[in-house]
Design a protein around this ligand. Structure first.
Ligand SMILES: *Cc1c(COP(=O)(O)O)cnc(C)c1O
Length: 241
């Protein structure tokens, strides 16, 4: 195959995958009593070449996510981001906060009080407010960062008081489950936390985003209450590191 035809084929795959996933999302939204447009569809673009990301944007993607600060900053100038939002979704080290604040629309992966304070400090310095989600380690896994479920509410209260930050919701990656019932239990547990915390009407908290669902489980996640799915490999194919 010539290089050109390889790229054309990949463009066609991306377009097809986006259509299929959009249909799945729309169906799951309606099934769970919402409208298709109530669900944010994020394309996770880590390891993906800029030309393919730009193609996904041409096909209608309005939100992208990267998990590394350096990769986000490197790609950003090469992307057609007019009217496209970009969120950070990976673990953020405190010493990288100053580089990313102001460069993204939201940080979905706030996993400690320390990093939240630094985001606040750097946002105040730049005279802006950074929208954040709190990452919850719903399966209490050692391998994952994030707040434990029982810490979530207290942490929302504390983080809400930090200047320069606005809490917008929760984010999670559940443990790998081959059993759909078990997976639903994790998703429902965090959905209930999201609703409960939202109902408290805490000052400076605008809880309206529940970020959960990836390539393997986005339909289940939406059926369990997600309104923001983060999908990578199902759009762009397997990641090559
Ligand atoms: C990579 C990644 C995703 C997307 O994973 P896929 O299984 O490829 O859809 C979603 N969320 C986070 C935080 C990620 O790092």
């Amino acid at each position: 195959m010539t290089e050109k035809s390889w790229i054309d084929e990949k463009f066609a795959d991306i377009e097809y995958n986006l259509k299929t996933i959009s249909q799945d999302i729309a169906e799951a939204a309606v099934k769970s009593g919402r409208k298709p447009e109530d669900i944010d569809f994020m394309a996770v673009t880590k390891t993906v070449d800029e030309m393919f990301i730009n193609h996904a944007i041409e096909c209608g993607i309005k939100l992208i996510g990267e998990n590394k600060v350096q990769e986000m900053l490197r790609k950003k100038p090469n992307l057609n981001l007019n009217s496209v939002k970009k969120n950070l979704i990976g673990h953020l080290q405190t010493n990288k906060v100053s580089q990313i604040v102001g460069e993204v629309d939201m940080i979905e992966s706030v996993d400690s009080l320390k990093v939240a304070k630094e985001i606040g400090k750097q946002s105040v310095k730049k005279n802006l407010i950074t929208d954040v989600l709190l990452e919850i380690n719903i399966g209490r896994e050692e391998s994952k960062t994030g707040f434990l479920p029982e810490q979530a509410q207290e942490c929302v209260y504390e983080i809400a008081q930090i200047d320069g930050i606005r809490v917008r919701g929760l984010m999670t990656i559940p443990p790998i489950c081959d059993d759909n019932t078990k997976l639903c239990e994790f998703f429902e547990k965090i959905y209930n936390m999201y609703v409960d915390i939202g109902a408290k009407k805490i000052d400076n908290v605008y809880m309206n985003i529940l970020s959960m669902g990836m390539s393997g489980d986005y339909v289940t996640a939406i059926l369990c209450g997600s309104n923001h799915v983060r999908i990578g490999s199902k759009i762009f194919g397997p990641r090559i590191y």
